[in-house]
Ligand binder design. Sequence first.
Ligand SMILES: [Zn+2]
Length: 77
Amino acid sequence: MPLYCKQCEERRYPQYSSDDKGTLWLCNKCQNFTDADDVIIREQTQEERDAIKAKAEEFERTSKFSGEKLSRRKGVN
Ligand SMILES: [Zn+2]
């Protein structure tokens, strides 16, 4: 399995995609996906980048909330 990127040697992460043939392996640095045979399938799309960024921000928000008082929670978004 392509655990590491051939180009930059960063760790790849498995991402299940129903649009593709199952699980693809993402390199966050090169922003592309390989299949299980380490063949580059496609580039990460802007949409996918945004989704991951939104998730990361959401995670940051929720983990911050657990550490501080919830007094300032004004439901924006
Ligand atoms: Zn890479």
